[in-house]
Each structure stands twice: as C-alpha cells, then as structure tokens.
Design a protein. Structure first.
Length: 153
C-alpha cells in the first residue's frame, strides 16, 4: 500500500513530499493501527480535520463490510489447495512490494552517515533484543533533536 501512496500522493499528485510521507509512516508505526493512523495523518496534511476524518472512515468502513461478506468463505478458501497457493502468492507479492517501498523511502531517509548508523543500530537492536519499536523511534527522535540543537546553534 505504501508504494501506491508514494506513487500517487508524492510522485503523481504532488500532495505530499517524501518527507511528509515518511512522517506519516513514522506516526503510523508509533501508534496502534499503523495504516489507519497513516491515512488519518495524510488526510490531515492534505485537507485538515475534515479530510482526516474522511480518510479514517474510508480506511475502516470497507474492512468491516468486507469481513462481514468474506468471513463465511475465508476458511474454506484456505483449505483448498489451489486457493491456499494463490493466497501464499499474494502474501509473497505483498512482501516484495513492501521491500520496494523500503528501498525507495530508505533513499530519502538515509541521507548521511548518522542516519545510516542509526538505521543499522536500530535494526541490530530490534533483531537482537526484540525491543518494542516505539523505543527505537523515541531514541531516533531524541538523537534527531540533539543533532538539530547542536548543528542549528
């Protein structure tokens, strides 16, 4: 989904910058329901509170309707061999899409030795200690603020 957001909102429509999209993703990762929070944030950036409310409603309502419609059929789909394989392929495609977005956003977020070092350190800490990502985001924010205050002065 993030690839589509970047393509449409940043590259085609120019409603957001890459930095604003990164902010939206960061806000989403910091709070429960990352996709929903990201949509609300983007709605707010584009059109204020009314757009934020509309974006949130647009994210929640279809899923509730689809779950109600699909629930009776979903377990049977997973049991059939050919549909289980199809669903596995959809999962693989989603992972490939997320990897592509990671590379694109990484090119805009990792701009110098400090940001690269923070990313590598955060990745190692995440894998080694299974630390909640909220703490890593907070640590990155503190480092960013310190850098801003030191370099900005």
């Amino acid at each position: 989904m993030l690839a589509f957001l970047r393509t449409d909102l940043v590259q085609n429509l120019h409603w957001l910058t890459d930095k604003q999209l990164l902010d939206a993703i960061s806000i989403g990762q910091f709070t429960p329901g990352p996709v929903f929070t990201t949509a609300t944030f983007i709605g707010y950036v584009i059109g204020g509170w009314p757009a934020a409310l509309l974006a949130t409603l647009a994210m929640f309502l279809p899923s509730f309707v689809l779950i109600a419609l699909i629930h009776p059929v979903a377990s049977r789909l997973r049991q059939a061999t050919w549909t289980a394989t199809l669903l596995d392929g959809v999962n693989a495609a989603a992972l490939a899409l997320m990897t592509g977005v990671l590379v694109q956003l990484g090119q805009h977020a990792l701009t110098d030795i400090l940001t690269v070092a923070i990313a590598i350190l955060a990745f190692v800490i995440l894998l080694r200690f299974k630390l909640n990502s909220v703490w890593l985001i907070l640590a990155g924010a503190v480092i960013g603020l310190l850098r801003f205050w030191i370099v900005g002065m």
